[in-house]
Write a protein that binds this ligand. Structure first.
Ligand code: ACO
Length: 324
C-alpha cells in the first residue's frame, strides 16, 4: 500500500492588510468599540488579510493551488483528486472543488468539498490520504480556502475581530516512503450550538441568521482539551513519542490556546508554528497557510515530523502526523 506524501505547498492571502488599529477605527464609525490592546492580549492577533467584496473562495483556492503545483513541480495532467475544505463556498452547488478543477484546467479525476469548519483541512487531508493509500488516487490537491469576512457580523465585536481570509494548498502524492503516518478525526454534534452560522437559502431567500455566532469561552475550553487529547491519541496510534515531533502546526484561533497546548504536550513554543498574529483565524485555510509559511522560510525541512491539528464548529477536531 503506498503512502501519501506532501510534495509541495502554496498559499494565497488577499493583498488588503487590516491592522487592529485600522479595524478599531473602522468599527468605531459603526459605534462598535474595540482596541488593538484588547485584541492582542486576548487573542495574539495583530492584523488580518481581508478579501475585497466579490472575491470568491474558488479564486483564492486556485491561486494557492497554482503556487503549490509549481512548488511540487507537477502539471494539471497528473492531478486526479481535488478536495477543498471550506465553510464559505462560492455556491450551494456545484462544489468549490469543481470550480477549482475547471479553472485549473484539470480534465480528470474527482473533486469534492469537505465541510468541517476550522477542522476542514485536517478532514480533507485525511480523506485524500485514505483515497491515495487504497489506490483510488495518485496525486491530490488538498485545499483550505475561506472568505470568512463574508459571514461576519461587523456589529458583533466578540467575533468580527477574530477572523481573516485566505487559502492554502498541499500537493499530496502516492509514494513508497512515508508520508502521512497517522490521522485522527473526531466530532461531537451535541456541541453544535457553541459555534455556528445557522442561516440557509430557501425559496430564493436567506432564512435564519447568516452570520457566525460563537460562545467564545465554551469553544476555548473544548478546543484546548480536544487538541491535547487528539495529539496524544494520534501519536499513540502511530507509535511516535510527543517529544519526537519536530513541528506542531495547529489551527490558528487564539495564541492562548497555542500556549496551553505547548505546555500540556511539553512541546516547546519554539516548535509551534504561529501565524495568527499576521493572518488571524482563517478557519480551514489556517493550517495549510501556516505550513506553507514554515516550509518556505526553511523552518520545516524534508524528513521533519510535523503534527497538524484542527478544531472548529460542529464540534469537530483532529490531527494528522506527516513525515515531510
Ligand atoms: N473588544 C473589546 N472588548 C471586547 C471585545 C472586543 N473585540 N470582544 C468582547 N469584549 C468584551 C466583552 O464584551 C466582555 O466585556 P464585559 O466583561 O464588560 O462583559 C469582555 O470583553 C470579556 O469578554 P469574554 O468573551 O469573556 O472574553 P474572553 O477572554 O473569553 O475572550 C475570545 C474572548 C477571544 C473570543 C476567547 O474566548 C476565545 O478566543 N475563544 C476561542 C475562540 C476560538 O477559538 N474560535 C475559533 C474556533 S474555530 C472555528 O471553527 C471558527
Amino acid at each position: 500500500m503506498p503512502y501519501a506524501k506532501i510534495v509541495g505547498t502554496g498559499s494565497y492571502l488577499p493583498p488588503r492588510v487590516v491592522s487592529n488599529d485600522e479595524l478599531a477605527a473602522e468599527l468605531a464609525t459603526r459605534n462598535v468599540q474595540t482596541s488593538d490592546e484588547w485584541i492582542v492580549t486576548r487573542t495574539g492577533i495583530r492584523q488580518r488579510h481581508l478579501a475585497d467584496p466579490g472575491v470568491k473562495t474558488s479564486t483564492m483556492a486556485v491561486l494557492s493551488a497554482r503556487e503549490a503545483m509549481q512548488n511540487a513541480g507537477i502539471g494539471t495532467d497528473e492531478i486526479d483528486l481535488i478536495v477543498v475544505a471550506t465553510s464559505t463556498p462560492d455556491f450551494i452547488f456545484p462544489s468549490t472543488a469543481c470550480l477549482v478543477q475547471a479553472e485549473l484546467g484539470v480534465m480528470q479525476g474527482a473533486a469534492f468539498d469537505v465541510q468541517a469548519v476550522c477542522s476542514g483541512f485536517i478532514y480533507a487531508l485525511t480523506a485524500a490520504e485514505a483515497l491515495i493509500r487504497v489506490g483510488r488516487a495518485k496525486t491530490a490537491l488538498v485545499i483550505g480556502a475561506e472568505v470568512f469576512s463574508g459571514i461576519l457580523d461587523w456589529s458583533d465585536r466578540s467575533t468580527c475581530v477574530l477572523f481573516g481570509d485566505g487559502a492554502g494548498t498541499v500537493v499530496l502524492k502516492a509514494s513508497d516512503e512515508p508520508g502521512i503516518i497517522g490521522a485522527q478525526l473526531n466530532a461531537d454534534g451535541r456541541q453544535k450550538d457553541i459555534l455556528y452560522a445557522a442561516g440557509n437559502v430557501s425559496c430564493g431567500k436567506v432564512v435564519g441568521d447568516p452570520f457566525l455566532r460563537m460562545d467564545g469561552q465554551a469553544v476555548f475550553k473544548l478546543a484546548v482539551n480536544a487538541l491535547a487529547q487528539s495529539a496524544k491519541d494520534v501519536c499513540a496510534e502511530a507509535g511516535v513519542a510527543l517529544k519526537d515531533i519536530d513541528w506542531l502546526v495547529p489551527h490558528q484561533a487564539n495564541v492562548r490556546i497555542l500556549n496551553f497546548l505547548s505546555k500540556k504536550l511539553h512541546i516547546p513554543l519554539e516548535k509551534v508554528i504561529v501565524t495568527l498574529d499576521k493572518h488571524a483565524n482563517t478557519s480551514a485555510a489556517s493550517v495549510p497557510l501556516a505550513l506553507d509559511v514554515a516550509w518556505r522560510d526553511g523552518r520545516i525541512k524534508a524528513g521533519d515530523l510535523v503534527m497538524m491539528q484542527g478544531v472548529g464548529g460542529g464540534f469537530t477536531w483532529g490531527s494528522v502526523l506527516a513525515r515531510m
